[in-house]
Design a protein. Structure first.
Lengths: 498, 97
């Protein structure tokens, strides 16, 4: 009864190959050398999927002989739509600054979500085109048609898949729009907490599931559009209470959702390429979310519940301003680093904001010329998305074999003369290891305090990190604070070194 | 294809995804996100069918929704692959002198 559209064997095979190409594209990312070829394989897979769709002979609702999409009168519109989207995409990809990558990825997620909603809605309005119409008399070939004004009945299984696809797509869309606005600075990164939000959210989710169940019984447009509307709403409600510090998790989570949305549409349309891709992307985002949560020692549930990263928890910050600390100049920093055997640079989001990566690489070059060994240490949640710092350093021509992950470099701080912290804060806070009352207790941190000297670049003593906790590191004997704009400070150090 | 075959493909693909993604080096997590963006826009396949299809009821809204979806998915496909390529081109090894 639920056979779905019968695809010619070569078409099914081509979609399978496209799916395989996408697996290889992700596999390529296991090392920078293989990644570029992987990306090309991914493009090739997409080309196969699109060409196959355009070329094969689709059965037609009117019952006439099947035609390939290229033979339709509308093929010009299709090509124009692809060209328009392609041009926008290419220009954006070329122009975007590397520091703005988190926003761009959030924007792309929102497009996948919206596209899934649109395809779902199109399938709902014109199910014949997708061959998901209930076969009233089995074996009699194409569907028995009701009068032209009555929508054909959609398979109940397809309705569930369609409902889920539209719901996940809509959540991905509105959630990503909020994430984009927060990352882009159009909206405050502070969590917005509605009263009773857990009750509202849970209620909305239950309502969506109930409506999808009702949709299998009654193919009422009102139910369909209510599912879409409520899902847009819940996506919005889910993301507004999540603070800036948790953005790496949110971006990864939405990445995962965009995958599940594609997979659900793949189920609706019986398309293997979409299902394989959806499953890949869905698991990819889920794993990234897990890695980010682990790096912050937070549970996924507590991130989703939101509220972290506001000003409310800054308990010790007021008292902290009076504590004594050492302040240094660019010349002091230059002297200390030129005398060092090894310097480890710890970049964070502040480096991205100040656009200091190029100046930083220049500093590294000068130090290397003087025989100092220079390495970079990156915490998994440094920046606003997974791998953000690595991209920025790569952009500034820092060779990737000088850049190390937390677990690979943490033991080296004890053997290092200078740790140079620039724009990072919470990820270096020793309180995460010692102070059980600290909100970041238990989070894996970089052991910068074990270095002989810590140089900490920070705009002023007033601000605290995103977690809103004071950093004990500032007041230690072996710490020297360099209070200035990150980029200006690094440029002055370069001058002092030269 | 029946539902169980499709479900089997899906479940196996989840396992493949799990192992493949764990092998991705953390340094390439940002390109991973942008390339997954590009590939999940394979949803363009559904959008193309919707945009080209004739309507049995004479209602063309499905077609316009499909066309809009083709534009959105194309932005993602071209933008996603291009920005990934741009990032990956920046990852260089230390020059051996």
């Amino acid at each position: 009864m639920h056979e779905g559209p019968a695809l010619p064997a070569w078409v099914a095979l081509a979609y399978l190959i496209a799916g395989g190409c996408f697996i290889l594209a992700l596999r390529g990312l296991s090392s920078p050398e293989s990644s570029r070829r992987g990306n090309r394989i991914g493009m090739f897979g997409m080309l196969i999927a699109v060409l196959t769709t355009l070329l094969y002979y689709h059965p037609r609702p009117s019952g006439e002989l099947p035609l390939s999409l290229l033979n339709y009168k509308t093929v010009g519109e299709l090509i124009a739509a692809i060209a328009l989207g392609g041009a926008i995409g290419l220009v954006t990809a070329r122009k975007i600054a590397m520091t703005a990558m988190p926003q761009l990825v959030a924007a792309f997620h929102s497009l996948v979500g919206l596209a899934a909603v649109l395809v779902g809605a199109a399938a709902f309005l014109n199910p014949e085109a997708f061959g998901i119409v209930q076969q009233l008399s089995p074996g009699s070939g194409w569907t028995v048609y009701a009068p032209a004004t009555v929508t054909a009945l959609i398979n109940p299984v397809s309705r569930v898949e369609m409902g889920l696809g539209v719901a996940i797509g809509a959540i991905t869309f509105s959630g990503s729009v909020i994430a984009f606005l927060k990352l882009n600075g159009n909206m405050s990164g502070k969590p917005i907490l509605l009263p009773l939000r857990h009750v509202i959210n849970l209620g909305t989710l239950i309502a969506i599931l109930a409506l999808i169940a009702a949709f299998t019984q009654d193919q009422d447009p009102l139910i369909f559009w209510t599912i879409a509307g409520l899902s847009f709403l819940i996506g919005f409600l889910l993301i507004i209470p999540i603070g800036g510090a948790d953005m790496p998790v949110v971006v990864s989570m939405l990445n995962s959702y965009s995958g599940w949305a594609a997979a659900a549409m793949g189920f609706t349309l019986h398309n293997t390429a979409m299902i394989i891709t959806g499953a890949l992307v869905g698991s990819s985002g889920a794993i990234l979310s897990y890695i980010m949560c682990r790096a912050m020692n937070r549970s996924f549930i507590s991130v989703i519940a939101g509220g972290f990263g506001g000003d409310a928890v800054a308990g010790g910050a007021g008292a902290a301003i009076d504590r004594p600390y050492k302040r240094g100049s660019a010349e002091d920093a230059a002297f200390l680093m030129s005398q060092a055997e090894q310097v480890i640079i710890v970049p964070g989001y502040g480096m991205a904001v100040a656009q200091a990566q190029h100046a930083l690489r220049e500093m590294g070059d000068v130090l290397k010329k003087e025989g100092v060994s220079v390495k970079y240490a990156i915490h998994p949640v440094a920046g606003r998305m997974p791998g953000h710092m690595n991209v920025l350093l790569a952009e500034a021509n820092v060779p990737y074999d000088e850049v190390f992950e937390l677990e690979d470099i943490n033991s080296e701080f004890a053997r290092t003369d200078v740790a140079f912290v620039i724009g990072a804060n919470d990820v270096t806070n020793p309180a995460a290891k010692t102070d059980k009352s600290s909100p970041i207790y238990g989070m894996p941190v970089l052991d910068v305090e074990k270095a002989k000297t810590v140089l900490f670049v920070k705009r002023s003593m007033g601000g605290v990190g995103y977690a809103g906790v004071d950093n004990e590191l500032f007041y230690r004997d072996n710490t020297m604070m360099l209070l200035a704009d990150a980029k200006k400070m690094v440029e002055e150090i370069v001058k002092a070194l030269g | 294809m029946d539902f169980i075959s499709i479900l089997s493909i899906f479940v196996l693909a989840c396992f493949v995804g799990y192992y493949v993604v764990w092998s991705v080096t953390p340094a390439l997590h940002t390109p991973l996100m942008s390339v997954t963006n590009a590939v999940s826009s394979v949803i363009v396949v559904g959008a193309l069918i919707a945009a080209a299809a004739e309507s049995a009821t004479g209602n063309h809204s499905a077609k316009w929704l499909g066309l809009a979806a083709v534009v959105l998915a194309s932005i993602n496909i071209f933008g996603g692959f291009a920005v990934t390529a741009r990032m990956l081109a920046m990852y260089k090894k230390k020059e051996r002198r």
